[in-house]
Design a protein around this ligand. Sequence first.
Ligand code: PBG
Length: 329
Amino acid sequence: MYPIKRNRRLRTNEAIRSLVRETIISPNDFLVPLFVVEGKGIKEEIASMPNYYRYSLDLLQAEVKELWKLGLKSVLLFVKVPDNLKDNKGTEAINPDGLMQRAIKTVKNACPDMLVMTDVALDPYSVYGHDGIIEDGKVINDESVDVLTEMSLSHAEAGADFLAPSDMMDGRILSIREALEDEGYTDTGIMSYSAKYASAFYGPFRDALDSAPVDALDIPKDKKTYQMDYANRFEALRETEMDIDEGADIVMVKPGLCYLDIVREIKNEVDVPVAVYQVSGEYSMLKAAAEKGWLDHDAVMMEQITAIKRAGADIIASYFAKDVVKLIS
Ligand code: PBG
């Protein structure tokens, strides 16, 4: 009771503040998303994601070596697929010599101890920009799960350590887990995008991979029949618990900042590591505001990352990973 208790005593100076600080950010917190393209010598900036790039495989090697030197030991791979290889069924996704499969090997060659996670969803491979197969104007579940399972096996075969299904089809975790066990990939993990919301914050990512749902007759214009309604909370718990029962090693909430209530709720309920994806739109918002001089980039970045961890994130997938680690080192 005041004045016996004066809370400001613990805030007097940086020494005492750092002594009682509850949340500390380190390189171990991060999973670094990487965008890969075909070609040679390519490092192209993504228009809506300033200072974030797509790499061809040769330059990807240098990038992962740099990440490793900074103490960043896990990457999450995404590929930009040439238009002529896109179809409805994601056939290219299971090509053993596809860009993703080569990217996995490239990272492992450059940096054998780097943990490689791969995005599992059909959107970069889909002519329609959807995470599953379209039939009669709908994204069909079970046939999509079959392809996603094949895709997962193909990534495991290429050397991926963890698969990260981001598609939100029902039953895909069980199907992938069983297939991995059957084929002897018993050590390959699954990080499930469990509570993935249908969010407008994914816009810049879809620019990066040219993977937005196409605007055409009889094609769903958004992903709301599989990604979650952002108005819902209990549904996130249900999705997450089911994914754990089906064999997910790590679960994820996505996006980050607007969903920290969900992160805390899930963290309190489950006993597996919880990942949070601070998505492209969150990155771009801060970059744009900082470019205009309206926000202090580094200060806001640290505040956001710390808030995500404080909310309960054990792992943070973030486009700021490198910026943060450089700043704190
Ligand atoms: C693919 C996928 C998306 C993201 C990660 N995996 C886009 C989407 O679902 O439309 C978004 C990541 C980001 O915005 O940074 N299914």
